[in-house]
Design a binder for this molecule. Structure first.
Ligand code: UDX
Length: 435
């Protein structure tokens, strides 16, 4: 099948490469020439494990091409819209201007019978509105949300937990379904669960999944606050409640909280949309989820300053991690970069490192001191802060690390170290919600 993918960011670039891997002829479109040049050369414009291999095999097979010219979508039957829907500055709501612009640019090149497929995360009600515009040229619209996690994006796209199609009722809906079935034939052949529903449900599946995940993380982080007041250990608590299959242990890791390009802005956009619908009360708890999440960053800043006691100016703190999570170079709403920035503003000498995210972090905050390796960051540091749990930081050896630093204090803002091992090596260990 001939497919176009509009928007070649984290979502679109992975989707385009994955569709080519499934055997389709794919053209990826983006307005950013720099991104398109990189993709054309078969290289990924951001860090995502497995993506470079997929891109280079797609590009060299000729099945995967990239362009900045929307006219090149002509000839494709299915057009995926995978542009970003970031938070509007100063507001909770999502900025839909990229989605609107993608549809505007696509419309003149659509043919009757084409299918436009929304993948972006949008406020409920968007698809119904866009469908009317798409139908003016005889095309149809489906909403097919994406659940990929950065760091596992290739696997999540090629082997998703489920597929969700939001389609209209009637014959055009049936045709949309048939086209999507053809796109995903090899995935469906593996008995991947398929949910076929209306637009509103499909849009809500995505935002409610992210709202649930954010709530789960903030729940355990709220328990961490209680643990801190009582001497309990939130990690043991999470293990114990996680054995209950109804609760489950995944996404119960207490720490500095969630960040990234999805969870924070999606819960805020959901709140804004619910308020527009006159149903703000139904999701008012999401404001609390957001607050709990942000309080954890305050707590980490507090732990660092308390460890340095009164005079913090010029004291060296090693910050290990800048990305919002490991296996990603994404610093959007990153708790790690936020904490590092706040420590820097307090006059502390922050020396930060990350295996992949330094360039992105430097663009946002050029004032911090960045070094390429953990060893350089650790050298003569008085306090060590692990704030993104990359494997190499989890595997740090307390003895060896102790020979580099000038003070043996470690703050484990992701609760990934073994406190006993670090304390045995003479370290003051502080986790979040741990005694
Ligand atoms: C998320 C959803 O998981 C994905 O399904 C959706 O499509 C997009 O948003 P992603 O943003 O890539 O994916 O990251 P995810 O792995 O969900 O982690 C989000 C944040 O939560 C990270 O900052 C992570 O460190 C944090 N987190 C996760 C916790 O603090 N504790 C946990 O137990 C799990």
């Amino acid at each position: 099948m001939r497919i176009s993918v509009i928007g070649c960011g984290y979502l679109g670039a992975v989707h385009a490469a994955a569709m080519a891997e499934l055997g389709h002829d794919v053209v990826g479109v983006d307005v950013d020439e720099r991104k398109i040049d990189a993709l054309r050369a078969g290289s990924a414009p951001f860090f995502e494990p497995g993506l470079p291999e997929l891109l280079s095999s797609g590009v060299s097979s000729g099945r995967l091409t990239f362009t900045t010219d929307f006219a090149d979508v002509a000839g494709s039957t299915v057009h995926f819209v995978a542009v970003g829907t970031p938070q509007r500055p100063g507001e909770l709501a999502a900025d839909l201007s990229y989605v609107e612009a993608a549809i505007d640019s696509l419309l003149p090149h659509l043919s009757a019978g084409d299918l436009v497929v929304g993948k972006s995360t949008v406020p409920v009600g968007t698809a119904a509105r866009l469908a009317e515009r798409v139908r003016t040229v005889g095309a149809e619209l489906a909403w097919n949300p994406e659940f990929l996690r950065e760091g596992f994006a290739v696997k999540d796209t090629l082997e998703p937990d489920r597929l969700v199609y939001g389609i209209p009722a009637g014959d055009t809906g049936e045709r949309a379904r048939a086209l999507l079935d053809e796109v995903y034939a090899s995935i469906l052949a593996r008995d991947t669960p398929l949910v076929v529903t209306d637009y509103a449900t499909a849009e809500l599946v995505k935002v409610s999944a992210n709202a649930f995940l954010a709530t789960k993380i903030s729940f355990i982080n709220a328990m961490a606050e209680i643990a801190e007041a009582t001497g309990a250990d939130v990690t043991t608590l999470a293990d114990a409640i996680g054995f209950d299959a109804r609760i489950g242990r995944r996404f119960l890791n207490a720490g500095v909280g969630f960040g990234g390009g999805c969870l924070p802005k999606d819960i805020r956009a959901f709140t804004a949309r619910a308020e527009e619908l006159g149903k703000g009360e139904a999701v008012a708890f999401l404001k609390e989820v957001d607050k709990i999440n942000l309080r954890r960053r305050d707590r980490v800043v507090e732990l660092v300053t308390a460890s340095l006691s009164d005079d913090t100016a010029g004291r060296k703190v090693a910050v290990l991690g800048l990305a919002f999570k490991p296996e990603s170079d994404d610093i959007r709403d990153s708790p790690a970069l936020d904490v590092a920035t706040r420590l820097g503003k307090l006059g502390i000498r922050v020396v930060a490192t990350d295996p992949e995210a330094i360039d992105n972090a430097r663009r946002v905050n050029p004032a911090l001191e960045y070094v390429a390796t953990a060893d350089e960051a650790l050298q003569d540091a008085e306090v060590v802060l692990i704030v993104t749990e990359w494997r190499e930081y989890r595997d740090l050896d307390p003895e060896r690390t102790g020979t580099l630093v000038s003070g043996r204090t470690i703050i484990d803002a992701r609760n990934v170290l073994d406190p006993a091992a670090w304390r045995a090596a003479g370290w003051t260990y502080r986790g979040l919600g741990r005694p």
